[in-house]
Design a protein around this ligand. Sequence first.
Ligand code: G3H
Ligand code: 13P
Ligand code: ZN
Length: 284
Amino acid sequence: MMLVTGKEILDKAHKEGYAVGAFNVNNMEILQAVIAAAEEEKAPVIIQTSEGAIKYAGIDYLSTLVRLAAEKATVPVALHLDHGTTFETIIGCIRNGWTSVMIDGSHHPLEENIAVTNEVIKIAHACGVSVEAELGRLGGVEDNISVDEKDARLTHPDEAVKFVKETGVDSLAIAIGTAHGKYKGEPKLDFERLTTIKNLLNIPIVLHGASGVPEDAIQKAVSLGVNKINIDTDVRVAFTEGVKSVIVNKPEEYDPRKICGPAKDEMKKVVKAKMKLFGCSGKA
Ligand code: G3H
Ligand code: 13P
Ligand code: ZN
C-alpha cells in the first residue's frame, strides 16, 4: 500500500472511537518490529520520526525505509514527523514524502503558537500533508503542585477552542498530566479536562508521553476521545532488554543479527500489546 496521511488514519479512529499507536522509529530494526506487529494485529499504524531520529539515521534513509515498509504492508501506514520545531525540518519532511507533520509550538505564547502552526498548515495542506499541533506543556502533575500551577501547564479548554478555530489543525496534542520518558511516580491524568476538550473540539486528540501510563488510564483516555497515542520509551526499553538478554546470557556472541534479533522480538511483543490496548487491532 502507498503511505496514507495521518488525517486518513485519525479521522477514522475519531469517528469509530479508538486510538492508533504512533511509534518512534530510529532504525530498521525498530521499524520492522512495529510493522510486523501492525500486520499481525491487522492494525493501522503511524510511524513517527523525531528531529533527533532524522539527525541519527538521515532523512533519506528514513524516508526510503518507511516508504518501502508501507508499500510491502497490507495495513495502512502513515509517516509522521514528531515534535517538528523548525521550518526547515518540516519542509524537508514534506519534500521527502512524510504524509503528516507535527509543528510543536507549545513553548510559545498562544498567539505565536497559532501563527507558527498556520505557517506550516498553509504549506502542508497544499501538499496533502496532515498537521498535528500541541497546546499546553507536557510534564507530570505531581500531587504537591498548586491548582493554579497545574492549570497553567495543562491545556486550557477555551484556548483549545480558539486554537482549533484559528488554525483548522487536523489533530491536537493536549497536556493532561503525562510526561515524556520514564515516570518516577504514577502519572495522574486529568480526565475531566480531556472530556471537556474533546466535547468542545470534536477532532482527533493526541496523547504524548504514554509509555508507563497504567493500562486502565490508557483505556479510559481512549474511551474519552484520545485517537493517537505516542509511544517511544517502552519500545526503547524493550529493545535494550532484548540486547541485554543476549549480552548477559551469551557473552561470547558477536553477530549483530543474533543481538538485534531478540530485541526485535521484544519490541514486537510490546507494540502488539499496545495496539490491543488502544483498540486499533483489527481496524486496518
Ligand atoms: O517526544 C520525544 C520522543 O520520545 C523522541 O525523542 O528526540 O530523543 O528522538 P528523541
Ligand atoms: P514516551 O517516550 O513517554 O512514550 O513519549 C513518546 C512521545 O510522546 C513522542 O512524541
Ligand atoms: Zn511527544
